[in-house]
Structures are given as C-alpha cells and as structure tokens.
Design a binder for this molecule. Structure first.
Ligand code: UD1
Ligand code: MG
Length: 453
C-alpha cells in the first residue's frame, strides 16, 4: 500500500546570478511579497506534510524569512551550488518518510498554484512514479524541454544541452516534480554532472527513472502559472502575470475597476463587494477595503482599512495604520498615517493627518496639518466628534480638540480646545483706513520727480 506521507522540498540555494542583485533571488518581491512567500503559500503547508527548504551557506536571510512564516520548516544547507539534483540530495537526510511522495518545488516560480501541486501529488500516489509539471512556453529559451514518446515522458533536456531539433519543442519543464520517496535515493545515485553546465540536474531523474523502469507523466498548466524568474525581465513578467491573476480574482469577488490594467494589488489586498476603484491606484500590502467603498484615481494605499461606503481620493496617500470609518471622506492631496478617521468624518483637501483620531462627522478644513513630530518623538492629536477645524490650521500635538468645537481658520493650536468652544489662534486683524491710497499717492509722487528712469 502506498503511504500518503508527503515531504515538500523547496529549492532556494541558487545564487541567482542573472538577477545581478545583492538580495537573494527568492526574496525579490512579487505583488508585495517575496517570491519564496508565494511558493511557501502554495507548497508549504499541505496537511501533515514536512517541508524542507534548501538554502546555500550564508543565506540566513532566506532561512529566517521562511521560518518566520512557517515555523515548522526544516532547513537544509547545500554546501556548493552544484545544480538542482544536488540541492535535492542535500535535503534527502531531512526527508522523514521513505514511503510517501516527495514534491520538489523551485523557489523561483512564484506563480505556482496549490491545486496544481495537489493534483501532481495525487497522480504520483495513484498512477506514476514520477510526475513533472510542464507548460507550453511562448518563448521556451532557457527552459528544460520535455521530450515525449507518444504520451510517455522520456526525458527532459536542458536548453544548453539541447540540439536545434529539441529546442524547437515548446513543452517545457516548470520546476515542480513529484517522486515516490522509495525511489529517491536510487535516482540521486544515478546523477552525474556530465553536461553543458557541469551540474547535477534534477531533470535527469526522468531519463534515469525511465531506464530503471519507472513510470513518468506530465501534468500541464498554463505558462502564467509557472513561468520562472531568472532575471529582472522575468521578475517584471511574473509581476504582470500575478497582477492579472489578483485583478481577476477581485473582479470575480464583485469589485469594479474602471481600468483594471492600471490598478496594482498586493498578494493580501482584501475587497468587499461593490468596491469601485478608479484608474492608477496602488494597493501596497496590508489593505482591507470594505463593501461599497470608492477609491478614486491616482491614490496610493498601504496598511489601511477603508470602511463601508467610504470615499478616498483622487490623489490620496493613505499610509500604514490608517482606519477610515464608514462613509468617511478623504479627498485630494490628503496624506494620513496612523490615523483613526471615524464614521462620516471629512478631510476633503490638502491635509496631513498623522498620529491622530478624527471623531465621527468632524470636518477638517483644507490645508489642516497635524504637527505630530518634534524631530525626536511623535505626539497624538485627538479631534472630537463633530468638531470643525477651519482651513489652514496647524494642530500642534499633543493636543485635543473637544467634541463639537470650532477652530478658526489659520489657527496654530497649541492648547487643548474645550468641547463646543471656538478657538482662534492667529494674529488679530487690524485696519488703517485710507492707508493704501496714501501709500500709492506718496510713491507716484516720487516716480514723477525722477522721469529719466
Ligand atoms: C530549471 C530547470 C529547467 C526548468 C526551469 C524552470 C534544472 C537543471 N533545470 O532551470 O529544466 O525549465 O528550472 O524554471 O533543474 N537551485 C538550488 N541549488 C542549485 C541550483 C539551483 O537550490 O545548485 C535552486 C534555485 O535557487 C532555484 C531553482 O533551484 O530556485 C532552479 O534553479 P535555476 O538555476 O533557476 O534553474 P533554471 O536555469 O531556471
Ligand atoms: Mg530558474
């Protein structure tokens, strides 16, 4: 009887030379999350499965990131980056079950879908000793080509080792491979580095397995689910594919995008039904948008919650720690940070509201600024429900504006304002009758006295 045990091995030890980056390749973000985070989400926590992450020596940053999101993860160190087959070999001591299925997934294929991997594991349990994931590449350059004899997969040939004839094959190996664990050691023992790159290729499992009488089949998925990231251009292509997927999911969930291709989402952006998003809007990580909210054109949101029926933008910058209440309104050129803007409050134009609460139905006039920072510390501004802050006021924190209070326009408020009071903190207006006419007459006289100029 085949055991249902599963071990997932994620390969992330490669140097990623083609990225030309100090940051390890698998930590480059796609939709606001490191590639490896996407792979772990798809492959990392199958029920009861053990997960082994293969990293290179000194790649502590990668190991730390992965264990941070997946504490049960085992880490294997591949001493020298001698190829994908060698990487699996360095994980083999950590594979607890010699019975079930071992699923190998590459850390540089962030678009891989959980359902596809689950399907491969099932096929490996029931039908085939080895199951590989393949895709038809628009441009197969660089990928390993899947060679078939009828329906049987006979081998994978790396691009650099392939003849022109093989290079014409468009069915490519995507990276994921499921292998029955009991054959793993024997397959690892067959690997040599006698090839164009002098590496131990995981892909040789197919030909070597076939030679030993093992069965091998291919599961095929769309290219947009498995394209690999080896360069910055690939990174941009993967980002575009991920954005497409996220937008489609949001629209399927009841969101209207006025121009979908110009809206950028993060892996964790959450939308309620009937949200409308205008053109050129960016949702950085950590945003939750409640049903019926409208985010207008050219707004940037990060780490924010937007309440039901609220309106944000156009041209708003909503920074982390902002919570906008139901039916509140944030207008153009408004920046908020760590701000609780309660139900129905309005900040319609040109404001900075940071480290603050704006009570329900308060109205913040154009140009109002919370002066929250003295160069060392941040201070809190508390604006009560129904307060009205006149245009161009500076609220010097820490300061409290009571419920229902008024602040006269242009005030610099440094002291608390009592509820329902009016505070005016600006130079008093005075008037000198006729002064301007006198001033003009005097100056015109001087001008006439010196006509030569
Ligand atoms: C590999 C496949 C190729 C496939 C392509 C899909 C091999 C030999 N080639 O090529 O058939 O079409 O992926 O994207 O498997 N890694 C290690 N240790 C190493 C080398 C690599 O852990 O010594 C890791 C990398 O971090 C990466 C993954 O394995 O996550 C794939 O390595 P990479 O060098 O990107 O292989 P490709 O050239 O893309
Ligand atoms: Mg690759």
């Amino acid at each position: 009887m085949t055991s249902d045990a599963l071990t997932t091995v994620i390969l992330a030890a490669g140097k990623g030379t083609r990225m030309k980056s100090r940051l390890p390749k698998v930590l480059h973000p796609i939709a606001g999350r490191p590639m490896l985070g996407h792979v772990l989400a798809a492959a990392g926590d199958f029920d009861g499965a053990a997960t082994v992450l293969v990293v290179g020596p000194g790649m502590d940053q990668v190991a730390q990131y992965a264990t941070g999101i997946h504490p049960g993860l085992r880490i294997a160190i591949q001493e020298q980056q001698a190829g994908t087959g060698d990487a699996v070999r360095s994980a083999s001591a950590q594979i607890p079950d010699k019975d079930g299925v071992v699923l190998v997934v590459f850390g540089d294929t962030p678009l891989v879908q959980r359902e596809t991997l689950a399907l491969m594991v099932e096929r490996c349990r029931r039908e085939s000793d080895i199951v590989i994931l393949g895709f038809e590449a628009a441009d197969p350059t660089g990928y390993g080509r899947v060679v078939r004899d009828g329906e049987t997969v006979t081998r994978i040939i790396e691009h650099k080792d392939a003849s022109e004839e093989v290079r014409a094959i468009r069915l490519c190996f995507g990276g994921p491979m499921a292998v029955r664990a009991r054959h793993l050691q024997a397959l690892l023992d067959t690997l040599t580095n006698d090839n164009a790159q002098g590496e131990y290729y995981l892909t040789d499992f197919v030909a070597h397995g076939r030679a030993a009488g093992l069965s091998c089949s291919v599961t095929i998925c769309p290219e947009s689910d498995i394209q690999g990231v080896n360069s910055r251009a690939d990174l941009a292509a993967a980002e575009a594919a991920m954005q497409k997927r996220l937008r489609a999911a949001a629209m399927a969930g009841g969101v209207t995008f006025l121009d979908p291709d110009t809206v950028y989402l993060s892996h964790d952006t959450q939308f309620g039904e009937d949200v409308t998003v205008g053109q050129n809007v960016v949702f950085a990580p950590g945003c939750r948008i409640a049903p019926g909210a409208t985010i207008k054109a050219f707004s940037h949101l990060e780490g924010a919650e937007i309440g039901e029926g609220a309106e944000v933008g156009p041209f708003a910058r909503i920074r982390p720690g902002t919570a906008v209440g139901a039916r509140a309104k944030i207008g153009n050129f408004v920046e908020t940070k760590k701000a609780k803007i309660e139900e129905g409050a309005k900040i319609s134009h040109l404001s900075y509201i940071g480290d603050a609460r704006v009570g329900a139905h308060a109205n913040i006039g154009a140009g109002t600024i919370t002066c929250n920072y003295d160069g060392y510390n941040k201070f809190f501004t508390d604006i009560g429900a129904g307060a009205f802050v006149g245009s161009n006021s500076s609220l010097v924190a820490p300061v409290k504006i009571g419920d229902g209070a008024y602040v006269g326009s242009g005030s610099v408020v440094t002291k608390d304002v009592s509820g329902d009071a009016l505070a005016v903190a600006r130079g008093k207006q005075m008037e000198k009758p006729g002064w301007a006419a006198g001033f003009r007459a005097k100056n015109e006289g001087i001008k006439k006295a010196s006509p030569g100029e």
